[in-house]
Design a protein around this ligand. Structure first.
Ligand code: ADP
Ligand code: MG
Length: 250
């Protein structure tokens, strides 16, 4: 079947600490598409990403989020993750005292468990994760380090892509994954994202820069302003933005 809707957001309003941040947002995404979300700092992009993933701090006061036609507006983040939603954070958290390999294996196995699949033993997991790390030029030393602890900005972003790869989600939201990456890392990671994107893996890219979109071509580019999507264009929108700035958006 063509054009299956993976995500639909209807008239969404979101508060945090009594401040309204998302104000009547609509968004509709078909399975297999790539959507970029751009917009000035503070327009609500990261809030939207976290609300889709189910971050508990945000309070939805109106509207609906449907994932594959199912209402997930008030679902727990774990459930959403098991259903196939993945968020790569703009600011990945450090988890001192937890090794990266334990963290990744736990995340992987808890998803398998949710699907009634057998958990992977540590050795088989090591083989799996090692292959995935090679595909993004990530040294296996990062398995023994604590999650993101002391990782450089770029190393944290690679680690997020590794998680995305591992969890084989159906909808991945990448919040400024390109920021902090040097040109080589940007190429490597973009290539991997392109390899992982397919008709069953939809991607939302939040970015400020055309250069990411030179590598990963979006089907649509949405512009956010003050908690709403105020404009939707195609891949050329970002080029115009780079040239003329946000003033060119009506
Ligand atoms: P963007 O990612 O587009 O730069 P954000 O979604 O991070 O924007 O933030 C949108 C607005 O919401 C900003 O003004 C920010 O300060 C505010 N905001 C986000 N999270 C919180 C919070 N936990 N408490 C108070 N204000 C917040
Ligand atoms: Mg942000």
């Amino acid at each position: 079947m063509n054009n299956t809707k993976i995500l639909e957001i209807n008239n969404l309003y979101v508060n945090v600490n009594a401040t309204q941040i998302i104000k009547g947002l609509n968004l509709s995404i078909n399975s297999g598409e790539v959507h970029a979300i751009m917009g000035k700092n503070g327009s609500g992009k990261s809030t939207l990403a976290k609300v889709i993933a189910g971050h508990p701090i945000y309070n939805i006061t109106k509207g609906k989020i449907l994932f594959k036609g199912e209402d997930i507006t008030f679902e727990e983040p774990e459930e959403r993750s098991h259903k196939g939603i993945f968020l790569a954070f703009q600011y990945p958290v450090e988890i001192p005292g937890v090794s990266n390999t334990d963290f990744l294996r736990l995340a992987y196995n808890s998803k398998r468990k949710a699907y009634n699949e057998k958990e992977l033993d540590p050795l088989s997991f090591f083989d799996l994760i090692n292959k995935k790390m090679q595909s993004i030029d990530m040294n296996s030393i990062f398995l023994t380090r604590n999650v993101n602890e002391g990782f450089s900005g770029g190393e944290k972003k690679r680690n997020e892509i590794l998680q995305m790869d591992l969890l084989e989600s159906q909808l991945s939201i990448l919040d400024e994954t390109d920021s902090g990456l040097d040109i080589d890392a940007l190429k490597t990671i973009s290539n991997r994202i392109n390899e992982l994107k397919n008709k069953n893996h939809t991607i939302i890219l939040i970015t400020h820069y055309q250069r990411l979109l030179d590598y990963i071509t979006p089907n649509y580019i949405h512009i956010m302003r003050e908690g709403q999507i105020i404009y939707t264009g195609d891949k050329n929108t970002a080029k115009n933005l780079e040239k003329y700035g946000y003033e060119c958006i009506p």
